[in-house]
Ligand binder design. Sequence first.
Ligand SMILES: [Zn+2]
Length: 269
Amino acid sequence: MPSRLHDRRNPNIQWFDPPVALENGRARSSPWFFDPEEGRSLEPELWSVELGLALDRVASSRVGRAIVDCVRRRTTIYATHGGAYTDPDPFVDQAGVEIPNARLEAAMRDATTIGADALIGIDLIEPAVAQSGAEVWAPYLALLHELVHAVNITWGNYRVRAMFAPTEANRVGAPSPEEEMALLIDNIHRSERGLWIRRRYDSAGPLLRPGTIPRNRSMGIDVTRSEARVVSRCERRVPILAARLAALDRRTCPYNPFRDRGGGASAWP
Ligand SMILES: [Zn+2]
């Protein structure tokens, strides 16, 4: 039996050691941690150590610490290989029993209203990518992004089913209001750390250099309207996170619409 571990800062965040993977809703010990073809491997007994390090790295920034602190219901992190995802968690405890559709529906409904438990799948094997000495992508950056979704799920602010029309998706660089918020907070964290800033949710198109403040000119999109929408919604639905982010000063976090646009957001369109 794998043992259950909890994040020491926020015990709502849990995982299993050795790692557990989800396949079609079934929990199973993960078989694919040795990948000789790609020349990368992560032994099962080291997965939990790597995840602990990734969580420490997330929480060692002010933005990341705010996100970790704001996960307010049980969030279980599973191992996956290739990509990352976050969903409302319909399981009463560790996954592995057949879940009726009604419970899946209830978990999704609660995630959009009163809050639900969350589950995250994360790939810790994928190597980090850097350009000119600054990170473009790393597993802990993916974890931070997924934890933003977990915050939304656990607060009842999850909106992955609401999709933007194609022109709006193209304009803001994200397919849904949910990803628009995750992308914005991801970029505030990148600003704190001096990493490359993302223009889009997908990896298409060039990134903005470390230290850049996203603007219409540099983004080619109406970033101001997108920021206003995210900040205003977060202030109403996850006020604790909005307040924590708004408190980060210019020296800590040069790009920070929660601080720069906070307070007056309700008057915006
Ligand atoms: Zn996302």
